[in-house]
Write a protein that binds this ligand. Structure first.
Ligand SMILES: C[S@@+](CC[C@H](N)C(=O)[O-])C[C@H]1O[C@@H](n2cnc3c(N)ncnc32)[C@H](O)[C@@H]1O
Length: 395
């Protein structure tokens, strides 16, 4: 589960979060290693270094080991924060040296250097570059990316933000670039807004929110197949994004209780904002949690879980999170409770749900998507993992 990072001394052992049980994905990439290599050749004495989008804490751990600076980890992702915390602790690094901020927090006013990895979402990148442009003129910025994660639009955003961007030669299909805060403050992009007339909702989306410009077609299909609830129930919107599924349900069934969960701080902020602006009278019916799925959630406590599962984590395509979400949903549901999912047909999620729940029903399908539902038949808590087909008791 832990992979050695050989550039560091002593060698760091790093893991993704959640752990990738199939061990196919590393917790760092070549762009991280270029940053580390550059620092080993150009060490600076710094009081405070800021890392933006440090995926699994590789940079945080490396710099905790190689510099005396206070470290600030800035990310929109709860999973990224958790990974950094776990890796700092696993490597017995001083956890007091690092603080964690998300995009809505105040950022440090005058760090000695910003180190930023280009994120998957260019809207998030634009937002982060605008925040960086507010720092003191001349603050050095080190930008890193794998070439395949650096589209021409990202390069344009960099030029717009800094004017002069000096690239180093690409190595190992990755590149680092140098820039300085120019003093020309860029406006922070406004959240996007779009309407969902069928449910009388207007949805506001911060930069890193899924489907921020318009309704996702998978979500649209699930909205056409929302369950009917005749008695007040506890409904979980798992991976809620802007909260659209729970809010649409609440428009029709205001007596239910709704729990909205996402690992993106911006998603949870947007969902909370959307509940307040669309259904302010239901505030006591809504709970918002920024965390990894339903970890730590009361078992046997929910009646319905709605989910449009993620199929990537940061830049990597993976179904690991979906597996974990389905297992977590089974644990959180009461006997008789149901998990309803929308998924691309080709992902084969019906096989996963059948393995976990023992049964699955295809409620609807079109050329691209299926709506799947599994019912929790009993209280057994076996967890099913994909690769080995192994099943074990979770408690
Ligand atoms: C496909 S989007 C669906 C968003 C929304 N439900 C919709 O239909 O528009 C999946 C969501 O899952 C969230 N997500 C990804 N990994 C997660 C995790 N480990 N725990 C909670 N949410 C997660 C993503 O941030 C994203 O908002």
């Amino acid at each position: 589960m832990y992979s050695p990072l050989n550039l560091s001394s002593p060698v760091l052992e790093l893991a993704r979060y959640p752990l990738d049980k199939r061990e196919t994905l590393l917790p760092f990439d070549a762009a991280d290693e270029l940053i580390m290599d550059w620092w080993l050749n150009n060490p600076e004495s710094a009081q405070q270094l800021c890392f933006i989008n440090d995926g699994f804490g590789a940079l945080s751990c490396f710099f905790a080991q190689q510099s005396e600076a206070q470290l600030v980890h800035i990310s929109d992702s709860f999973l990224a924060q958790q990974a950094a915390m776990n890796n700092m602790s696993h490597n017995q690094l001083d956890e007091q040296r690092i603080s964690y901020k998300d995009c809505s927090d105040e950022w440090p006013e005058a760090p000695n250097r910003i180190i930023i990895k280009v994120p998957k979402s260019l809207a998030l990148f634009e937002y982060q570059l605008a925040r960086i442009s507010e720092l003191p003129e001349g603050t050095p910025v080190l930008i890193a990316s794998r070439l395949k994660d650096l589209p021409a639009k990202a390069v344009k955003l960099l030029k717009d933000a800094f004017g002069n961007v000096v690239p180093e030669l690409a190595r190992r299909k990755s590149r680092i670039m140098h820039a300085q805060v120019s003093g020309d403050i860029q406006p922070r992009p406004e959240p996007t807004r779009w309407d969902l007339p069928a449910f009388e909702l207007t949805l506001e989306n911060q930069a890193n929110v899924f489907s921020r410009k318009s309704l996702d077609i998978g979500t649209r299909f699930l909205l056409q197949h929302l369950p009917k609830t005749y008695k007040p129930k506890k409904v979980i919107d798992l991976g809620c994004g802007n909260g659209i599924l729970a809010l649409a349900m609440a428009r029709r069934y205001p007596d239910n209780k709704y729990v909205l969960v996402d690992e993106s701080h911006m998603a949870i902020e947007s969902a909370r904002q959307n509940q307040q602006s669309n259904l302010p009278e239901l505030s006591d019916k809504f709970t918002f949690l920024c965390q990894h799925g339903l970890v730590g959630f009361w078992s046997e406590s929910a009646d319905l879980v709605l989910c449009n599962p993620p199929f990537h984590q940061q830049q990597a395509v993976t179904d690991e999170i979906a597996w974990q979400m389905f297992n977590q949903a089974k644990n959180a549901l009461r006997t008789g409770g149901k998990l309803r999912v929308v998924a691309n047909r080709h992902l084969g999620y019906h096989v996963k749900m059948k393995r976990i729940f023992g049964d699955v029903e295809i409620l609807a399908s079109n050329s691209k998507f299926v709506i799947l539902e599994s019912r929790k038949a009993d209280k057994s808590k076996h967890v099913v993992e994909e690769d080995t087909g192994s099943e074990h008791e979770s408690e």
